[in-house]
Write a protein that binds this ligand. Structure first.
Ligand code: C5P
Length: 302
């Protein structure tokens, strides 16, 4: 059995330019990896004709499991198909078990984490089961963007500036101060294309700024945090606006939508304050998680 895991991301800064003829928007983003990881397990099962995708979660409500497709539209299928085809091997006898910890359609790259973990796991699986020469990490990273703009960051992780569609990455030094995050997860997802379309309708494209700034303190980080897609996400799902207010009232230094939403992230200076805020939100009937930064990227688990 092969296991790989890949992290959630949040966008500390998300600047968005005008829609291009490619159908994408240029972005300028500061990404941060959190210690919330999706896991993929691959097993060869001779009684499976094609690919069986199983999804489970021990931490998220069933909506987050049920919303994940288990057919060929799942990114893990597309990744397997690509790597098996490249290797000239029939895609068969493969069981894929996804263990979800990242909210679905939440703006935290859950699907991208699945794709990233699947790239690494399938590469290893083809080597162990079929003696296919392994692709180098740089080759896997080259393939990553084909499966979504956030997949390259899921592979690399840590703190990084992303440009292009978000896939051109420059890694930064880890944050020099502690940060604690509360994630307020809405009870519906938002579709990324829909949020970008709303942005085109109601927001002005941003002028990009240099994000390679040295952050000296948590207050500087709070001041830097912005997300151009926030008004669009709030307009599509009003509970997002309520969650922003709640996290502000609960003492976050900054509350903001991450990515295309609808997850709202709150920045706290201590674990105690973050835990208290998450507990309060939970008592109000919301799904709230706490997390801290991580610097691992996607990796095989042994
Ligand atoms: O690359 P990804 O699969 O995440 O993108 C999903 C959709 O989100 C794209 O088809 C596009 O409509 C929109 N998008 C965009 N600009 C980006 C990233 C995504 O308009 N930089």
């Amino acid at each position: 059995m092969i296991r790989a895991s890949a992290p959630a991301k949040i966008n500390l800064v998300f600047q968005v330019g005008s829609l291009e003829s490619t159908g994408y928007h240029p972005v300028n983003s500061l990404y941060l990896e959190l210690d919330l990881r999706e896991e993929i397990q691959l097993q060869r099962k001779s009684d499976i004709a094609g690919v069986n995708i199983l999804v489970q979660s021990h931490t998220l409500p069933s909506r987050h499991v049920n919303a994940v497709p288990t057919d060929s539209s799942n990114l893990v299928y597309k990744v397997a198909h690509k790597l098996f085809t490249n290797a000239g091997i029939d895609l068969s006898e493969l069981e894929v078990q996804i263990t979800k910890r990242i909210p679905v359609a939440g703006g935290m790259a859950g699907g991208s984490a699945n794709a990233a973990a699947m790239l690494v796991a399938t590469n290893e699986y083809l080597f162990e089961e079929y003696a296919v020469a392994k692709l180098a990490d740089s080759e896997l990273l080259g393939l990553a963007a084909e499966f979504g703009s956030d997949v390259p960051f899921s592979m690399v992780g840590g703190l990084a500036i992303g440009t292009g569609r978000g896939e051109k990455l420059v890694s930064c030094e880890p944050l020099r101060f502690e940060t604690h995050w509360v994630l307020a997860i809405a009870n519906e997802g938002l579709s990324t294309p829909q949020v970008f379309a709303k942005f085109d309708e109601i927001s002005q494209p941003n002028n990009f700024t240099d994000l390679s700034v040295e952050l000296g303190s948590i207050e500087e980080l709070a001041k830097l945090m912005t997300n151009a897609l926030e008004p669009a996400a709030v307009s599509l799902l009003p509970t997002v606006g309520q969650n922003l207010q709640l996290l502000e009232q609960l003492g976050s230094l900054k509350a903001m939508v991450t990515g295309s939403g609808p997850t709202v992230i709150g920045l706290f200076e201590s674990a105690e304050k973050a835990t208290f805020a998450a507990k309060t939100l939970t008592e109000m009937g919301l799904l709230a998680l706490t997390a801290v930064p991580n610097y691992l990227g996607t990796r095989l688990e042994r």
